[in-house]
Design a binder for this molecule. Structure first.
Ligand code: IVH
Length: 694
């Protein structure tokens, strides 16, 4: 997480010489722009939000002190990100503003005073009428409904121009295609797309089962999910939405304030967060923020603060906005929760690739909604950078509010003569020397027979994303390795069950169950076997493509990296990694073990269907009698066609079943795309022909 761009200490912006101030401003701008890119473009922030906010604060402070240093391209003058190139631009008729932040009570009071002054009220404690809302940690989105039908969804982008994410947003279940009640001619609903915590955790479990890297936090995963080129991927992610603001409205009812606007949105069927509270004074606001500061982890989604808005529409108008944010609203940002605990030990774990990862063993501590007793320390450099010694009191928090992280030691509490931790020279599992390759941050156990590596590999092989062998969990794998029954994944199929029966704790029933689970795994698709091998970079999608295109494990093993990369959807990194894997003698040995055991090595039937839809793009909407959604997609793609989730000018035909999406039909009509029924779809599948236009 820490990089050379991470500010060590936030300097106070006071009385610098103009030359020094200019230097610092340039430095801060570079840092803020760099972190903007990491956050908005890569969806992969390197520093916690609070550190980013402090950099922006310092920059704003210096620019206020030295107005001559303000430039139009300063990050303080822009809203959010610059947008990525993948999606079509959408100009916001009404700018999507950002919010100013308050980080403590004093700053909140300062805002209340400015409100009171702006409204000519006696004092900051006077009743103003505020709406308190949760600040949902996700991705801002504007949804445009025309005559009650969703026609466009856009990200905020730079506030003036966002990205068209309509096709992806249509896959979010809680966002209605059609509004209820009496919808106006036009209404733009602004709100936050987010990933519920449970869904995030399930997604990460699946990543782990497939041997892929875990996602960092729900917010960035939500952003990444929205940027998918294939709307079906977005739809599979389980995103959700809370509405919190009106944009353009034409033909709606007369509303006197924000609270009434949210009530109206709820009536139209939009999801509106139930935790909002309409209060009178700033003291009531503080009750709300105090409450949620304590209870934030009881929610099913992440919040990073509260948003307070002046309720009355006339009052909002009187207060107005700056170029970037309304004066009538403020984001009260919660500090990330931090706790101190004792670092009991630093240990090293060996992963299935041999990577030796140091981790902190902590006195259990409750932080960020759960008890933490372990936290990764990533590698040797990180341990040194953090300067933590076993025995230290350390500060712990959840990075992105999810992943436990040791921040630093409390030096004032460091016992005298505490020893520095040294990275072990030998593998804790096999006692062979550990190796840190030149120029690499990580250290590895390079002994292929290392039991910890084998344990990781076998667990991965038997996991759900792999060969899905129920009953072969962590402890049994460990036992079988210890007993010498298995030393690689191929041995699972030649276990001597007589020897297992002699072990304590193995009844005939559990042996029978395990044997039949292993037997059943022999029939798994080739893609599961490929995933189960734990080849670096190869996930289920890539494995599926290789299985489909090469048809047999021998053909995959014999293919060159170039041949694999020629498969649409298999990138050069995956191809090179798979080719390297199969060049190893142990890979060939494994394949022979699988062959001898009768494990399925054949890919799905090469499509025998004639490729009558090659070059065509067929969209399906509504339910068909003879096909499930996946079945229709399969019927199209197996004939060489494409099956995108949305209609465009390039669409060959739109197939409509019962209750098709109104917007797809509208779009198809507008673009002159033929709209066909299920019978015509059958004919299309048979010979690639479309009915003649009538
Ligand atoms: S109101 C003109 N309300 O926070 C006011 N924003 O830091 C527009 N956010 O861009 C925003 N929860 O993405 C508003 N209840 C809420 C919010 C909220 C989360 C996000 C939103 C905004 C950002 C500003």
């Amino acid at each position: 997480m820490a990089t050379k761009n991470t500010p060590k200490k936030i300097k106070k912006p006071t009385q610098k010489s103009p030359a020094k101030a200019a230097d610092r401003v340039a430095e801060l701008r570079a840092q803020v722009s760099y972190h903007n890119e990491r956050y908005h473009t890569d969806d992969s922030p390197e520093i916690p939000d609070i550190e980013y906010d402090m950099l922006v604060r310092e920059l704003e402070g210096l620019e206020a002190e030295y107005p001559q240093l303000v430039t139009a391209d300063s990050p303080t003058q822009q809203v959010g990100n610059v947008g990525s190139v993948a999606f079509a631009p959408v100009e916001h008729e009404l700018k999507m503003m950002s919010l100013d932040n308050a980080f403590n009570r004093q700053e909140l009071d300062g805002w209340a005073s400015r409100i009171a002054k702006g409204l000519d009220l006696d004092d900051a404690a006077a009743p103003v009428g505020y709406v308190c809302e949760l600040k949902i940690d996700g991705v801002a989105c504007s949804l445009r409904y025309e005559n009650g039908v969703l026609v466009q969804a856009a990200t905020r982008g730079n506030g003036s121009v966002g990205e068209d994410i309509t096709a992806n947003v249509r896959g979010i279940d809680v966002i209605p295609e059609k509004l209820k009640g009496k919808p106006p001619k036009v209404v733009e609903v602004r709100g936050e797309i987010y990933l519920p915590i449970d869904t995030f955790n399930a997604l990460n479990d699946a990543q782990e089962a497939a041997g892929l890297a875990r996602y960092a936090n729900p917010r960035n995963t939500a952003a990444g999910s929205l940027r998918q080129k294939d709307p079906r991927v977005t739809a599979s992610r389980g995103l959700a939405f809370w509405s919190y603001q009106l944009g353009v409205v034409e033909g709606g009812p007369v509303l006197d304030g924000h609270n009434a606007a949210l009530d109206w949105l709820a009536k139209l069927g939009m999801p509106v967060n139930p935790e909002r509270r309409r209060v009178d004074t700033i003291d009531d606001v503080v009750d709300f923020t105090d409450h949620w500061l304590e209870q934030r982890h009881d929610l099913a989604y992440e919040i990073d603060g509260a948003v307070v808005k002046v309720d009355g529409l006339q009052r909002q108008q009187a207060l107005g906005s700056t170029a970037k944010a309304p004066r009538w609203a403020i984001a009260y940002k919660f500090p990330p929760e931090e706790r101190t605990t004792t670092l009991l030990d630093i240990q090293v774990s060996i992963g299935r690739t041999g990577k030796a990862t140091p981790f902190a063993v902590l006195e259990p501590v409750f932080v960020g909604g759960s008890t933490v007793q372990m936290a990764t320390l990533h590698n040797d450099d990180q341990v040194r950078l953090k300067d933590v010694h076993p025995g230290d009191t350390v500060i712990v928090r959840k990075a992105g509010d999810v992943i436990p992280e040791v921040l630093r030691p409390v030096l004032a509490e460091r016992p005298k003569r505490l020893k520095k931790w040294k990275f072990p020279t030998d593998c804790p599992a096999c006692a062979k020397p550990l190796v840190r390759p030149e120029g690499e941050a990580h250290t590895f156990c390079v002994n292929p027979a290392c039991p910890a590596q084998q344990q990781g590999k076998i667990e991965h092989f038997t996991s759900r994303g792999g060969m899905d062998i129920e009953g072969m969990g962590e402890s049994r794998v460990a036992l079988f390795i210890e007993q010498g029954f298995v030393s690689d994944v191929g041995d699972i199929y030649t276990v001597d069950w007589g020897e297992v029966a002699a072990l304590e704790g193995f009844g005939q029933t559990s042996i029978d169950n395990l044997r039949s689970a292993i037997e059943a795994s022999k029939d798994r698709p080739l893609s599961n076997l490929l995933v189960g091998l734990g080849i670096r970079h190869l996930g289920p999608a890539g494995a599926g493509l290789l299985a489909q295109n090469f048809g047999h494990i021998d053909a995959v093993a014999a293919a060159s990296a170039e041949e694999m990369a020629a498969v649409d959807g298999v990138g050069p990194t995956i191809a090179a990694s798979v080719a390297e894997y199969f060049s190893r003698p142990e890979a060939a040995e494994l394949v022979e073990k699988f062959r001898a055991a009768g494990v399925n090595l054949v890919g799905p039937e090469q499509s025998s269907a004639p490729q009558v839809l090659a070059g065509m793009s067929i969209v399906v909407s509504g339910s068909l009698d003879g096909y499930t959604r996946d079945g229709a997609a399969e019927a199209i793609t197996s004939r060489g066609g494409k099956n995108p989730g949305s209609v465009s000018k390039k669409t060959t035909a739109l197939v409509v079943g019962a209750e098709p999406g109104a917007s797809k039909v509208t779009k198809a009509e507008a673009a002159g795309v033929p709209i066909i029924d299920e019978a015509a779809f059958e004919a299309l599948l048979a010979d690639g022909s479309l009915p003649e236009a009538t």
